[in-house]
Design a protein around this ligand. Structure first.
Ligand SMILES: [Zn+2]
Length: 112
């Protein structure tokens, strides 16, 4: 359960970013680390592959400094999945956060 929830949060991040621009593994690892998700390539890459097999992402190879780098972008199916996930997370946040929690959370976010 804990692992599944973690994987889902990571998936959510990946889909969100892939919906804005193409992303690659190392960039995602650094981006996720900034949000407090320490994820190793050994965990992230299989997750990216499974998201691609599920039709949520598509990849293309590009050469960067003589090495192949795999860029992932979102598919139409991935976009629909992301929209659904956003709705569900939005509902969850409204349900589990009291109004006071939520205000406090927004203050923390904005650094006030
Ligand atoms: Zn992110």
């Amino acid at each position: 359960m804990r692992l599944n929830a973690f994987a889902s949060f990571v998936e959510f991040h990946v889909l969100h970013h892939a919906s804005e621009e193409s992303v690659y593994g190392l960039w995602l690892i650094e981006e996720l680390a900034e949000h407090g998700y320490k994820i190793s390539p050994g965990t992230l890459y299989p997750l990216l592959h499974s998201m691609e097999s599920a039709g949520l992402l598509k990849s293309r190879n590009s050469i960067f400094k003589g090495k192949v780098r795999k860029y992932y972008s979102i598919t139409p199916k991935g976009k629909r999945y992301l929209q659904k996930a956003k709705r569900q997370v939005g509902e969850l946040v409204r349900e589990v956060f009291s109004e006071q929690d939520y205000r406090q959370f927004l203050r923390i976010e904005s650094g006030k």
